[in-house]
Every structure is written in C-alpha cells, then in structure tokens.
Design a protein around this ligand. Structure first.
Ligand SMILES: [Mg+2]
Length: 231
C-alpha cells in the first residue's frame, strides 16, 4: 500500500467519457430539433464536429476567465448552428437547455472506471476535483453509478477558483482535511490537473491515454491504477 490517504480524481475525460457522451447528446439533438430539415446539412456528423470545435474553444476562454457560464452555454450552440447556415439565437438557447438536461445523464465512462474506483475505494478516501459546473457534475456522478465512491465533490464553483490555481487545491485540503503528504491527484490534463497539483505539492498520476512524453508519473489505462496503488 502507498502513503496516500486521499485520492482526488478529475471527472471529465478522466472517469466520465465526456467526448462520447457529448457526441451522443448532439446526435440526439440534431434529430429532436429536426436540423436536417431546417439546415442544408443532412447528417449530424458535420454539426457534431462543429459543436466539438466550438465547445473546446469556448471552454478554453471560460478557463481563462474570458467568458462566463451562461454565455458559454448559449454561444457554443449559436456558433455551431451558424456553421450549418442557421442564425437562430432562440433555437440555440433551446438546444443549450436541452443539452444541459440530457448530456449529464449519459453514462459512458472511460474503460474500467467503475471497477477501478470501487477497488480503490476500499483502501482510500476518494474525492472529485473538477473545474466543471457543480450541479452538472453531481448528475453525472449519480447517473453513472460513481457517486457512492466519493466523499467530497469539489468543483470550481464551490471553491471559487479553478485548477491549476493553488487556491483550488488549498480549498480541497480544507474541505477534506487532507494534507499534501497524503494527497494524490489523478487527471487527464497535464496543464490543469497535473502541473497544478504538482506545483501545489501533491503527488500526481497523469491519465495519459495518448502517451504524451513528460516526466510526471503516468498511466495509459485506468486499469493500471490498482497495480500501482494497491500492491
Ligand atoms: Mg479532465
């Protein structure tokens, strides 16, 4: 066993398969809002691609405090609709609400997430440390069956800060009673999860699916975690 007592997991793209769940939702919305008839685009593929592009771009602005939550939620659909020839703010707003309603209820997790978390939960206190929206993350956790394994769900909305800022990690320690020596951060984003936690003094494991080269400890698959942490 390791020295750790508290393990902090990032949620989106680490445990919860954000990309698949988001794409599935957009494909549904393409049909529900009859975009094939309203636009000149007959399949959902192009619309999905444009949404993913704009969502990533706008999330980046949100992370850098250049955009607020409600603007982000509308703007990603306004921009994706514009790319299929629909200039329709009302439709964008309706789709934005429908997306928020449906997407967090999707249940696709990254490979073996549930089994891995269940195994680690027997020996460690687990928490979520996420830059996502609080109420949305709670829905994702409960619908996907992850919720019971986590003691605290810490989001930037609650912490009033965001990874990689030190204040986010300070808040996490205060809420959970964890200290640096016994804390471990696991996440998919080197800049946000890994460098942030490491600079704050926590140990880290990068969920490095693509095998990006760097000097931080990393895994390619979640199922490598039990060997590392339960041996
Ligand atoms: Mg992530």
């Amino acid at each position: 066993m390791t020295k750790y007592e508290h393990i902090f997991f990032d949620l989106d793209h680490t445990l919860w398969d954000f990309h698949s769940n988001s794409v599935e939702t957009i494909e549904e919305l393409f049909i529900v809002f009859d975009l094939a008839a309203k636009s000149k685009v007959s399949s959902s593929q192009y619309f999905v691609d444009r949404f993913v592009y704009h969502n990533d771009r706008l999330w980046d602005l949100y992370r850098r405090n250049r955009m607020n939550k409600s603007r982000l939620r509308k703007a990603r659909f306004e921009a994706a609709l514009r790319d299929i020839g629909l200039e329709d703010k009302k439709l964008a707003k309706q789709m934005g609400l429908a997306y928020l309603e449906r997407c967090p209820r999707k249940t696709k997790l990254n490979g073996d997430a549930l089994e891995v978390v269940a195994a680690l939960h027997k020996h460690y206190t687990l928490h979520i440390l996420s830059n996502g929206f609080h109420e949305t993350q709670l829905i994702k956790l409960s619908c996907s069956g992850l919720a019971d394994y986590f003691d605290h769900v810490i989001t930037s909305e609650k912490a009033n800060s965001r990874k990689p800022n030190a204040r986010m990690f300070e808040y996490a320690e205060r809420v959970t009673g964890a200290s640096k020596e016994v804390s471990l951060m696991i996440g998919d984003n080197v800049e946000i999860d890994i460098k942030g936690a490491h600079a704050f003094g926590w140990d880290v494991i990068h969920y490095n699916e693509e095998g990006v080269e760097h000097t931080f400890p990393s895994i390619r698959k979640l199922k490598e975690l039990p060997d590392l942490l339960l041996a």
